[in-house]
Ligand binder design. Structure first.
Ligand SMILES: Nc1ncnc2c1ncn2[C@@H]1O[C@H](COP(=O)(O)OP(=O)(O)OP(=O)(O)O)[C@@H](O)[C@H]1O
Length: 417
């Protein structure tokens, strides 16, 4: 779990006082202590599936001891008394974040105080990154570099841009001589769109990318992403928003707030050699997603990722996905709870050279279900390297050959080309 921040780390004040709430938020926060406490306050919602109700809360995070309180303004009552919640740390708090509060997915919808807004808006800046078609083969390494630089991946989707989408996205370059080549390149294969979050994310990601021209990058900034994974001026592995305004425009292009709004289509191509994998939330939480994907991509150059999406399943969806294991696997309830405990990364994989045996071949890459047994029998397998126990065993992979496309559809339903 990420480390706690302290008020002194904010370098600000020694008291965080509540102030006027933004529209829609209730004032007060029953059960909260006086105005001199150190807390971060948010408006939050929780979709109560049993009551089929979206419930609204004021969430207070007490910086001094990392405890959390939920107040329900509508009913004027404390819903969760100030408690230690070991699945939530200060670094997990930003508008748009979803938290696991004792198994409930609580979403932070707005800042609850101006002080919270001032403290967090700079340290939770967002930017759009794109891993371009020539960068996708090194997706794992690029994601690992992002994590090592302290940026969080808060949304991720692999998409296949149409010509019209690429032209719209790069419209500012329409008059440039390189434009047709740029559009051809961006539509030549799947790309992975990422929303990155962190302090000065826009500038930091651009610094990590390096100069536009990959040759110049190799000469001047050899440890930059473009130096390592780019080819030339056009084929340069990654994109980054060039400012906060551009980020605010570009993020919704790939990740619109409205569920049904138009967005580039997913890239999934299903066939007989398709299989599905789900990187479990504990890997994402521990910042190991990049390392695991790098190991997966290194397993065989013919193994292709054709679909990828960061998704946080509700417990009901997690149980639905794992239904075939109910009664057959003793850990079923724990597996479902883990799968719903935070964002997971669904992958659609294609392994053409393995044909109909792709599912079985990929299971060998993943290794036995129990990481302790995997360490003995298949020490190079993903579960031997990244698994912790029979529940937190790094990733799910399709069991039966016929189920590959079926499981892919569960996550990427209807998106395949
Ligand atoms: N002179 C050029 N010749 C060929 N392609 C170019 C040239 N300049 C830019 N490009 C391509 O167009 C993209 C957009 O150009 P821009 O000037 O915005 O570069 P950038 O800001 O470094 O990259 P990006 O916008 O992709 O993050 C570049 O990333 C590159 O793929």
């Amino acid at each position: 779990m990420t480390s706690y921040i302290t008020v002194s780390q904010f370098g600000l004040i020694d008291s965080i006082a509540p102030c006027s709430r933004s529209a829609g938020a209730s004032s007060g926060g029953g059960g909260m202590s006086g105005p001199a406490d150190d807390r971060l306050v948010f408006n939050a919602t929780w979709h109560d599936e049993r009551a089929a109700l979206l419930r609204h809360f004021v969430l207070s995070y007490y910086v001094d001891d990392g405890t959390l309180e939920l107040f329900e303004p509508k009913l004027r009552r404390v819903f969760l008394r100030r408690s230690a919640v070991d699945t939530v740390a200060a670094d997990d708090l930003w508008v748009g974040a979803r938290l696991n509060v004792f198994g409930r997915q609580v979403e932070l919808t707005d800042y609850g105080t101006e002080v919270t807004r001032r403290l967090l808006s700079q340290r939770t800046q967002r930017t759009l990154a794109i891993v371009k078609p020539d960068g996708v083969a090194n997706l794992g390494h690029i994601l690992n570099a992002i994590t090592l630089h302290g940026l969080k991946v808060t949304q991720a989707r692999m998409v296949r841009l149409t010509r019209a989408e690429a032209e719209t996205f790069y419209a500012e370059h329409a008059a440039r001589t390189f434009f047709p080549k740029l559009v051809e390149y961006m539509t030549s294969g799947p790309v992975v769109a990422l929303e990155l979050l962190g302090r000065d994310a826009v500038a930091r990601w651009r610094q990590m990318m390096g100069p536009t021209d990959s040759e110049a990058a190799r000469r001047d900034v050899p440890d930059s992403i473009r130096a390592q994974y780019g080819t030339d001026k056009t084929l340069n592995a990654v994109h980054g928003s060039d400012g906060a305004e551009a980020a605010a425009r570009e993020i919704p292009f790939f990740f619109p707030a409205e569920r049904d709004a138009p967005r580039p289509r997913g890239s999934v191509e299903l066939c007989g050699s398709s299989t599905c994998a789900v990187v479990r939330p504990h890997i994402v939480r521990d910042g190991l997603l990049g390392q695991l994907l790098a190991a997966l991509q290194a397993a065989d150059s013919d193994l292709q990722i054709t679909g990828l999406e960061l998704q946080w399943l509700t417990e009901a969806r997690a149980r639905e996905f794992l239904e075939p294991y109910r009664g057959a696997v003793a850990e079923f309830p724990a597996l479902a709870a883990e799968l719903a405990s935070g964002p997971a990364v669904a992958l659609a994989l294609r392994w053409p050279c393995q044909g109909a045996d792709a599912v079985e071949a990929f299971r060998r890459v993943v290794g036995p279900r129990d990481p302790a047994i995997a360490a003995l029998l298949r020490p190079q397998s993903l579960r031997a390297k990244f698994g912790r126990d029979r529940v937190r065993n790094a990733l799910h992979c399709t069991d039966l050959a016929d189920d590959g496309p079926l499981e892919c559809r569960f996550f990427f339903g209807g998106e395949e080309s």
